[in-house]
Design a protein around this ligand. Structure first.
Ligand SMILES: [Zn+2]
Length: 281
């Protein structure tokens, strides 16, 4: 069993992916609790075919009760729970009370929360390595290098400190059909032909949690698309010190997800991007 991704503690424990407070806002229905459902992830096998495999999250009916075993109890109960507590306050303020000013504190809280969830999801999938074709002569070194980059990023985020520079964050208020405990994670790898060890990990993770829509991405295609998109006027990049959050501009989770996936599929030939964990209320 692997160590805690943040502090390297050998004793990792089963922890919830989402903070328990989300369930106060979006309680599970009886049907959810009775339905046990797993999930699949996409990977490449040794023949370079894209295949589906069982994912690492525990099978539970309520998507908000998903658990994962990638961190230690100490991290979970200290700085990680502080990030959840902060997010809860900001969520309530901006998405329930619909206050119209996003303060610099809110921005930092939102970014930290999204990045934390991204790290947990990234580790639980652990499939970036499988995206490297084993037909490449140095596929082993490439995989090692990928592991190294991810580990460095996780270590840097211990105690919620370092957010890697390459990520951009966006948020919106959701309208229409709400998704709960849902996310879509698209890891990609950029390799340079002349130097295959010059690797850049490019990730996009979209969060759909009730009235909250969040996107974290280091993918220039996605960043450009979202910065120039007329359709999603309610989508805000978290960049300035304080931002005005206009209440009447909301975004459909489904439309946003479809548009981003469509944009990525246009640019990545021959790969059907995955979707995971959808539940609507
Ligand atoms: Zn730890």
């Amino acid at each position: 069993m692997a160590n805690c991704i943040f502090c390297n503690n050998k004793k990792i424990s089963k922890e919830h992916l989402w903070g328990a407070w989300w369930q106060d806002y979006y309680p599970a229905s009886e049907k959810d609790l009775l339905t046990r459902d797993g999930h699949t992830i996409t990977a490449r096998n040794s023949n370079n075919d894209i295949i589906s495999e069982k994912g690492l999250f525990s099978n539970v009916g309520d998507p908000l009760a998903k658990t994962t075993k990638v961190v230690c109890q100490n991290c979970n109960n200290t700085w990680m729970s502080a990030i959840e507590e902060d997010m809860k306050k900001t969520f309530h303020k901006l998405f329930i009370n619909e206050e119209d000013i996003i303060s610099s504190d809110d921005i930092l809280r939102l970014k930290k929360w999204m990045y934390l969830k991204f790290c947990l999801i990234d580790r639980a999938y652990s499939k970036q390595n499988s995206l490297v074709s084993s037909s490449l002569s140095n596929s082993k070194e490439i995989k090692e290098q990928i592991n190294l980059i991810r580990k460095e990023n996780w270590k840097g985020f211990l105690n919620g400190i370092n957010l890697p520079n390459e990520f951009r964050f966006f948020i919106a208020r959701a309208t229409g059909e709400l998704k709960i405990g849902s996310f879509n994670y698209i890891p990609l790898i950029m390799l340079e032909k002349d130097n295959l060890l010059n690797i850049k990990l490019i990730d996009t993770c979209m969060f759909f949690n009730g009235h909250f829509l969040g996107i974290l991405t280091s993918n220039d295609i996605v960043i450009k698309f979202l910065n120039n998109n007329e359709k999603f006027k309610g989508l805000l990049p978290l960049v300035n010190d304080t931002i005005k959050f206009i209440t009447n501009k909301k975004v459909s989770a489904r439309e946003l997800e479809d548009s981003i996936l469509c944009e990525l599929e246009k640019n990545i030939i021959g790969r059907k991007l995955r979707r995971n964990f959808s539940k609507s209320i």
